[in-house]
Design a binder for this molecule. Structure first.
Ligand SMILES: CC(C)(COP(=O)(O)OP(=O)(O)OC[C@H]1O[C@@H](n2cnc3c(N)ncnc32)[C@H](O)[C@@H]1OP(=O)(O)O)[C@@H](O)C(=O)NCCC(=O)NCCSC(=O)CCCC(=O)O
Ligand SMILES: Cc1cc2nc3c(=O)[nH]c(=O)nc-3n(C[C@H](O)[C@H](O)[C@H](O)COP(=O)(O)OP(=O)(O)OC[C@H]3O[C@@H](n4cnc5c(N)ncnc54)[C@H](O)[C@@H]3O)c2cc1C
Length: 648
């Protein structure tokens, strides 16, 4: 064990196991998680070479093999709890995605949430036993964001009681769905529903695309892989062109909307229920932001504890780079954000399941807030985590640029979360739409609830414009900082609403007024989400009984809130002493930095990083890793070069 990293652990002021248990929910949950992870770690079937040493085809084949092995092994172990399956799979997958990913994350959830009981009886056994392997085909070449304009059509033929699926133009070709290129034999296809000559908008259909016996594309189906991407090497994101493909009427997901045998259409309680799977994934992505950022912080902070570089005081030994204030200022606010997003991810998942429980009982009243919250927090946390992973990579110097650091793979795998499942700017504008509506309701005296109730508060407190109020902040008191974030959010929502109003008074259209206020609208959503994150971090602290853990997390929460103020000082009165206070907090966190990342409890196999190894033996591991590179398997290439040189 590296002596530096041992010393770091001796200096910690709290028990990492206590914090790990808190993050897992209990000591028993930690035990069980580790037990499941060890099933993968000790399984020779999952010991393979680094995918970075493989070609794309080899990586795809290895990923499909691993997906199949996981299915068999989970059955053999009798692991069926979704959370335990997730622990098992994320340990086996490490940083990488899997070709079956969309089957689990979107195909199955869509069947669960949008099929009638009869349809579930038919499709769930097929899908749960992987006979029907599916993806979620919504995006087309011409449209990803604006789904009301998707062009694929599903036209009902009452004479045969079938839907005819068509991609009428090049721009209507389905493009991007994960697992579509080679893996899936079915797809949930989102298409414009036409029946009795009328278009009823976007609906979901189960479309067989490959033969379940031969895996060959079915008649009328053109399907394939869209080619190499920035990352996601294991995932066969694909294209799908449907030409007069007929499916039975029963293949339209009819929990909410129906087409009768004669072609008559029964409308759903809300036309946004078809969008439900996207809300689910957005809500879950918040937790993924926490995991990507916490893994990156674990790697960068452990490495910074063992890396010695430069000279702090002449004549003294080279210090650990973690002792540089500049290095602490890069990493510790991200460490604080990783903890904040971990708690927000838990809140978002709980809120999603609570509100969808009400929706399943027919109460749709909280759907707008769920959509706004999931959209905003997905955008807010992925933007922060995406930028943070790059900061962690660069904080590791040249070695951070090596694949064996794990950081390039974390980055290229995580970064599309800012685009897919709702492009982040578009998501922030969706949240803004909800906030402006709530602001107007508060102005009219309506009582708001949930995360927007502060808009009532600000109206009641003082009627004059929020933006004119002084901001007095006690920078050592988290409750006071939460108030500052609340006031900032209220102020920026008011600025955006007033911008819209001003544009409308110039008598331009609602749509142009909206577009001309987009900058304020996005900033209002960002401020709202930032307030929600700070508020939830503070609320979590009140649940912690262990004084040592409470103290270290309180320090992190203060750092997160104060650092956020310096990043947005234009919105807050710039409090000159904040920078000094931040410096003092960095010093406070320094002795606990390694223990704080240890508490995330990532085993080396999952972290997949020679820089972030638990034992800190970085250099030895890097050299061993490099020697395994395929380029080093033979000397032939240097022989070729030798020949070229001889010939000159
Ligand atoms: C941007 C919008 C939301 C706009 O939708 P629209 O129908 O044009 O609605 P609008 O006129 O803006 O607003 C009308 C109204 O619809 C509401 N609404 C919008 N979306 C939802 C929802 N999901 N749940 C509940 N309500 C929703 C809005 O809040 C509006 O409500 P309001 O009228 O203001 O009361 C939509 O086009 C959209 O969601 N675009 C993003 C598409 C997307 O997320 N694609 C993901 C494809 S799958 C994928 O990427 C997989 C990733 C891979 C992986 O996970 O591994
Ligand atoms: C790795 C990956 C996996 C994917 N997997 C799937 C999948 O499994 N299934 C699936 O159906 N799709 C999938 N997608 C597609 C993904 O959902 C879309 O790419 C995403 O929804 C963004 O849509 P777009 O590509 O059309 O971007 P665009 O909307 O064209 O975005 C381009 C720019 O236009 C801006 N813009 C667009 N509309 C507005 C607006 N109203 N106001 C302001 N600015 C706007 C955006 O902010 C952005 O800056 C995947 C994509 C990726 C990268």
């Amino acid at each position: 064990m590296n002596p530096d990293i041992c010393r770091e652990r001796e200096n910690a002021t709290f028990n990492t196991e206590t914090l790990t248990n808190m993050l897992d929910g209990s000591a028993e949950k930690t035990r069980r998680r580790r037990e499941i992870e060890s099933l993968v770690i000790n399984d020779p079937d999952f010991q393979h070479d680094d995918p970075n040493f493989m070609s794309r085809s080899e990586r795809y084949d290895a990923a499909v093999k691993k997906s199949s092995q996981m299915i068999m092994k989970l059955r053999d172990y009798g692991i069926s709890d979704p959370e335990e399956i997730y622990f098992y799979k994320r340990t086996a997958r490490r940083t990488f995605h899997e070709a079956f990913g969309l089957h689990y994350t979107m195909f199955l959830p869509t069947l669960y949430s949008q099929c009638t009981p009869e349809q579930q009886k038919k499709w769930l056994p097929l899908a749960e036993n992987f006979k029907a392997l599916g993806t979620y085909a919504q995006t087309e070449l011409g449209h990803g964001t604006h789904i009301r304009k998707l062009e694929t059509t599903a036209t009902y033929d009452p004479s045969t009681q079938e839907f005819v699926l068509n991609c009428p133009t090049v721009s209507s070709i389905k493009w991007w769905p994960g697992g579509l290129g080679k893996t899936s034999n079915h797809a949930i296809v989102l298409a414009q529903l036409y029946t009795l000559g009328k278009c009823h908008g976007l609906h979901a259909f189960i479309v067989p695309i490959r033969c379940m016996k031969t895996h060959q594309p079915l008649p009328g189906v053109t399907v394939g892989d869209i080619g190499p991407k920035f990352g996601f090497e294991e995932v066969d994101n694909g294209y799908l062109k449907l030409e007069n493909v007929r499916i039975p009427r029963e293949n339209m997901l009819m929990k909410y909307a129906q087409v009768e045998p004669d072609g008559s259409y029964l409308k759903p309680p809300s036309d946004k229920l078809t969008y439900g799977t996207m809300v689910f994934i957005r809500a879950m992505i918040v937790g993924e932001s926490a995991r990507a950022l916490s893994k990156s912080c674990t790697i960068a902070i452990r490495y910074s504890a063992v890396r010695h570089q430069s000279e702090l005081r002449p004549g003294e030994p080279e210090p650990q780079i973690l002792d540089y204030q500049a290095q602490q200022y890069k990493l510790f606010p991200l460490l604080a954000a990783a903890y904040a997003f971990t708690f927000v991810g838990q809140y978002m998942s709980d809120t999603y399941h609570r509100i969808t429980g009400h929706i399943n009982q027919g109460d749709f009243s909280q759907l707008p807030e769920l959509h706004a919250l999931a959209a905003g927090l997905k955008a807010f946390t992925t933007w922060t985590a995406n930028a943070g992973i790059e900061v962690c990579r660069m904080a590791c110097g040249g070695h951070g640029y090596l694949c064996c650091s794990g950081l390039p793979d974390i980055y290229v795998t995580f970064t599309p979360t800012c685009t897919y499942e709702g492009e982040n700017t578009v998501m922030m504008l969706q949240t803004a739409r909800f906030l402006v509506k709530c602001y107007r309701q508060a102005r009219e005296g309506q009582q708001l609830s949930g995360t927007v109730s502060y808009l009532n508060e600000q109206q009641r407190l003082q009627p004059q414009p929020v933006s004119s109020r002084p901001t007095v902040v006690n920078i050592n008191d988290l409750a006071s900082l939460v108030e500052a974030y609340k006031l900032r959010a209220a102020k920026l929502v008011e600025v955006a609403a007033k911008s819209l109003q001003g544009e409308l008074q110039r008598s331009i259209s609602q749509e142009d007024a909206w577009n001309n206020s987009s900058i304020e609208l996005v900033r209002a959503s960002d401020a709202h989400c930032h307030y929600v994150v700070v508020e939830l971090f503070a609320a979590k602290l009140s649940e912690i009984s262990d004084t040592a853990v409470h103290s270290v997390l309180n320090t992190l929460a203060l750092l997160y809130a104060l650092h956020g103020i310096t990043l947005n000082s234009g919105d807050f009165l710039q409090l000159s002493q904040i920078t000094q206070r931040i410096k003092a907090l960095l010093v406070e966190i320094r002795p606990n930095a390694v223990a704080l990342v240890d508490s995330f409890d990532y085993n080396d196999e999952m972290l997949n990083s020679v820089l972030g190894r638990y034992d800190g033996n970085v250099y030895e591991s890097m050299f061993e890793w490099a020697k395994r590179s395929p380029l080093n398997r033979t000397e032939v290439r240097s022989f070729i070069i030798f020949n070229i040189i001889q010939k000159k």
